[in-house]
Design a protein around this ligand. Structure first.
Ligand SMILES: Cc1cc2nc3c(=O)[nH]c(=O)nc-3n(C[C@H](O)[C@H](O)[C@H](O)COP(=O)(O)OP(=O)(O)OC[C@H]3O[C@@H](n4cnc5c(N)ncnc54)[C@H](O)[C@@H]3O)c2cc1C
Length: 448
């Protein structure tokens, strides 16, 4: 089949090639055999036929937030779903239907018009599909569970070119695999997500100069270990703002300890939990009642492509000495290239495996640890990469057995993402649906 028969395919050297191959993470330089920009599920089926006829493989990409683990794409057609963006809301059924290229900002804003909230992550431009089929840890997740376990239906084109709708009754094995098993099972074209009647949250940030990091993070640890309600979610970071013009003057070149707070219940309940932290005299306290859609800006995540190196580690325990290790490592000479180290309190409903859940039934960890920084040059890629490794190695004694696919920016042992039974079942489903391993994922499930 000649390329000209598929209008959505861009080949190396074609006009627009460099834009087409670019990932959200600008530090990842992707060189696929071709890029496809489908507008519909039928286009996706044509692209899969095109790849198969040329002996190429297929990798779907929504935004490229997790592009690094994909590795070399020289034998692969990269299917970028950015032109498939339609979002519709069923307010009575409390369901959002999003096409494969939709990002969280689009779903959250559409849902908010109906007084509803989605289980979005911290960032406005993360892809809804990539995030959800990898698991999906939301600020609302301690209360409502993983995004993957709040999905009603998923449509995809499989390796043999079939457009399939999966739900609890139709293709239940595939539906199970797609909820937390990642992108190895086909190219998802649309997803239907449960929404929740949440319009406002009590949320914000508490800031201290970095000199207070140790006592602030210890107080935060005490708070997370005091069995707070599942409506209450928090994170603790040490952060270093670079001295560059893009950073507002009052932050430029400064370092801080920052606590992020989100509460779905009464403000007084959160205020009581926060009292020991407030007693430490934050220099800024922005915690207030806000529209739930405001959570996409709360964490100051970039809302546009950036060059970065970052990675996460799931932690099973967080004793006081682990906090000391975070503060010590962040301040060490080896870690000066880091922008931030952050601990996110997970658990709650996300830790409970219930009947009917998908491949990632639960996350068996209480904290997620982030380390990362901006990496606009090869030298910065190397410096930040070494610093991330230094943090992970210092925190390894408290690592959980289970890692989390979405928050793995490097290749990991795939068996670490799921329970042994779930991993085994995923491999059997992959063998049934794609025995030739045509479809590639950033964190692949290999057919058995
Ligand atoms: C700034 C930032 C903030 C983040 N915040 C959170 C957070 O709060 N909670 C959380 O859980 N995670 C978070 N993540 C991680 C994020 O969930 C993963 O990076 C996720 O993979 C992003 O999905 P994407 O589609 O945007 O990325 P992509 O890199 O485009 O996709 C990642 C993978 O998803 C699969 N995929 C994507 N689209 C399709 C499709 N149509 N069909 C089949 N497979 C597909 C593919 O396997 C692909 O390799 C964050 C990441 C960043 C960089």
């Amino acid at each position: 089949m000649p390329a000209v028969m598929i209008p959505s395919i861009v080949m190396p050297g074609d006009p627009g090639w460099n834009d087409a191959r670019q990932a959200w993470n600008l530090a990842v330089d992707q060189h696929p055999a071709a890029v496809a920009l489908p507008r519909s599920a039928d286009d996706v089926a044509d692209v899969i036929g095109f790849a198969r006829s040329r002996g190429l493989r297929v990798a779907a990409q929504g935004t490229g937030h997790n592009a690094r683990p994909l590795g070399s794409l020289e034998d692969t057609v990269l299917v970028k779903t950015t032109r498939m963006r339609r979002v519709t809301i069923d307010p009575d059924g409390r369901i959002a239907r999003a096409e494969a290229g939709a990002v969280w900002r689009e779903v959250v804003e559409a849902a908010a018009e109906h007084g509803l909230a989605a289980l979005a992550g911290s960032s406005p431009d993360v892809g809804v599909v990539g995030y959800t089929i990898g698991g999906g840890i939301s600020w609302l997740g301690r209360a409502y569970g993983l995004a993957a376990n709040n999905v009603e239906a998923i449509e995809l084109v499989t390796a043999d070119g079939r457009l399939v709708r999966t739900d609890a009754c139709t293709e239940p094995d595939l539906f199970w695999a797609l909820r937390g098993g990642g992108g190895s099972f086909g190219v998802v074209t649309a997803i239907e997500l449960r929404l929740f009647p949440v319009t406002e949250v009590y949320a914000g940030l508490l800031w201290w100069p970095a000199e207070s990091a140790s006592e602030v993070l210890q107080a935060w640890r005490d708070l997370t270990q005091s069995d707070p309600p599942e409506e209450f979610t928090s994170a603790a970071a040490v952060m270093r703002f670079p001295a560059i013009p893009d950073v507002p003057g009052h932050l430029r070149g400064q370092s801080f300890a920052i606590i992020t707070v989100i509460h779905l219940g009464a403000p007084a309940e959160a205020d009581a939990l926060l009292a020991p932290l407030r007693a430490l005299g934050p220099v800024t306290d922005t915690v207030q009642t806000m529209p739930v859609a405001g959570l996409l800006q709360l964490h100051m995540d970039p809302d546009h492509p950036v060059p970065s190196v970052a990675d996460w580690l799931m932690l099973a325990r967080l004793p006081a000495e682990a906090i000391e290790e975070v503060v010590r490592t962040f301040g060490s000479e080896a870690c000066q290239a880091l922008l931030a180290v952050e601990l996110v309190h997970v658990g709650g409903e996300m830790k409970r495996a219930r009947p009917g859940h998908g491949a990632l039934a639960a996350i068996d960890a209480d904290y997620a640890l982030f380390a990362g920084g901006m990496a606009p040059t090869a030298q910065a890629v190397s410096a930040v990469g070494s610093a991330v490794k230094a943090v992970h190695s210092a925190m390894r004694p408290w690592a959980a057995r289970q890692m989390y696919l979405n928050l793995a920016d490097t290749r990991r042992d795939p068996a670490s993402f799921w329970t042994p039974q779930a991993y085994d079942r995923l491999r059997r489903i992959k063998a049934a649906v794609d025995p030739g391993d045509l479809i590639r994922s950033n964190h692949p499930v290999v057919p058995c």
